[in-house]
Design a binder for this molecule. Structure first.
Ligand SMILES: [Zn+2]
Length: 471
């Protein structure tokens, strides 16, 4: 073993405590692990506790893409002809990517996905995780250098959109994203190539396709299409904080869409996700449900609160619409005052949310992004919305390479151990190794981790090296 985690104080991120070890930007992990090699970190920069400078991405917006200050642009509303800024600014970001900017119904969505798959067969795969109540397939686009395979040590990431069928921007952004990743990969864009080579990405653009078809167009009412055909709000349909064992109550009505997603979460070892909604401009992080059951609002942090606030901040500061200084609140809440992020339960309690389920019952950290004030923007706004979100979507995916990861093996045979429990000092939230015997964790409050498995002595080691002795 060699030295770990030399600290640098030069890149403190404003608004986040400098003492939080998650934020140390640099590490130097040297792979001289003694045999027998067990429960060890994997080769490559990402097994370091913190990414090396060459691979770290902080939520900084390139200066050239920062919105100009209001005083620097002509004001079309001079004379208060448009006091509410209803009409678009003349300097909305122009679309630089030639993508298919329009609303896609179910058939059009399928066609687009097939086209992307045909253009990039080596890095894409389309699969379905189940069917909606009306029988529409829940399609996922996988993007990875080896589609269809989990590679040991390569983290799995997912974006989910369209849980509420009438909040349609996320669906279009994910379709844009798959087109963009395919195109840029073919062009040799180093950033995209690196991301695709090191990450297994899954994009589910329509979790509630029945609701989308019901919403129809931007002329639909505020809530029409939110629910499934059966009238279920999918974001209240997961097992919640108070449901033991991770299975929804036997008496509860669980939508086929929810069952499909739970099954998906349990089949793939996801470690990071975002759930794309609309109707506000803010990023929320778990818990979504208040611990005091009768309270409508209550700060309810997880054991990984610092990490979640970081993740939410990454999206909120790189999304051009949220970061725009002159932006006005969508409705009543001025989220900009708190950096456009909020603990979900501290906004309004959501029992049975997908984020809470993901955190409590799987190894995956998930946040919610409310993408725009308007749930169903007009098609002409889609290019600008892509510009607003492109950097945020990429930067957030790159966060999957933060944290620590490794493999748990038997000290004598070298065989990988599935279902071993990984605990990080000071964080009351464990993760488990998956079927591939590898694991990834964000909960990093100390540098010591413990691996435990049935039939073995627990091993306690610094993050980069530990092994298990048969007990
Ligand atoms: Zn929603």
């Amino acid at each position: 073993m060699s030295r770990l985690f030399p600290h640098s104080s030069s890149s403190h991120v404003p608004g986040v405590p400098a003492s939080h070890p998650f934020l140390h930007p640099c590490c130097s992990c040297i792979l001289a692990v003694p045999a027998p090699l067990l429960f060890s970190c994997l080769p490559g920069p990402t097994f370091c506790l913190f990414p090396c400078p060459g691979c770290s991405h902080f939520p900084a917006i390139p200066v050239s893409r920062l919105p100009t200050r209001p005083s620097a642009r002509p004001d079309p509303c001079a004379g208060s002809a448009d006091p509410n800024h209803i009409y678009p600014w003349p300097h909305e970001p122009l679309p630089t990517d030639p993508l298919d900017f329009r609303h896609h119904n179910y058939d059009e969505m399928r066609k687009l996905m097939r086209r992307v798959n045909a253009e990039c067969p080596n890095i894409t795969r389309i699969y379905s995780i189940g069917r909606s109540y009306l029988g529409l397939k829940l399609y996922v686009m996988e993007i990875s250098d080896n589609p269809g395979r989990h590679e040991v040590g390569e983290p799995e990431f997912r974006y989910v959109a369209g849980m509420h069928g009438n909040e349609v921007l996320g669906r279009e952004l994910l379709l844009n994203l798959m087109e963009y990743l395919c195109r840029q990969h073919r062009r040799g864009d180093p950033r995209v190539r690196r991301l695709v080579a090191r990450t297994r990405i899954h994009l589910l653009p329509a979790m509630n396709p029945d609701g989308y078809e019901a919403a129809g167009s931007e002329l639909a009412g505020w809530a029409s299409g939110r629910w499934t055909y059966e009238g279920i709000d999918l974001n209240h349909n997961f097992a919640d904080l108070n449901t033991p064992g991770g299975t929804p109550c036997a008496l509860a009505q669980v939508a086929p869409e929810t069952r499909a997603v739970i099954d998906w979460m349990q089949r793939y070892p996801f470690v990071l996700s975002a759930n794309l909604h609309g109707g506000e401009l803010v990023v929320t992080y778990p818990f979504d449900m208040t611990r005091t059951y009768w309270k409508a609002q209550e700060l309810t942090p997880t054991a990984d609160d610092g990490v979640f606030r970081w993740l939410a901040t990454v999206y909120a500061t790189s999304n051009l619409a949220m970061a725009r200084e002159e932006r006005r609140p969508c409705h009543y809440d001025d989220f900009a005052r708190a950096g456009n992020i909020i603990n979900g339960a501290n906004w309004h309690t959501v029992p049975g949310s997908m984020n809470d389920f993901s955190y409590l019952h799987t190894n995956c950290f998930e946040i919610t992004v409310e993408l725009s004030c308007d749930k169903f923007p007009h098609a002409s706004e889609l290019p600008a919305e892509w510009e607003n979100n492109r950097e945020a979507l990429l930067l957030y995916m790159e966060q999957v390479h933060r944290g620590i990861k490794g493999v748990v093996r038997d000290a004598e045979t070298g065989r990988g151990i599935a279902d071993a429990i990984i605990s990080v000092d000071g964080i009351n939230h464990d993760v488990r190794t998956g079927r591939a015997r590898d694991w990834g964790a964000y909960g990093v409050a100390g540098y010591e981790v413990t691996a435990a498995a049935a039939g073995y002595e627990a091993a306690r080691r610094p993050a980069a090296s530990a092994w298990l002795e048969p007990g």
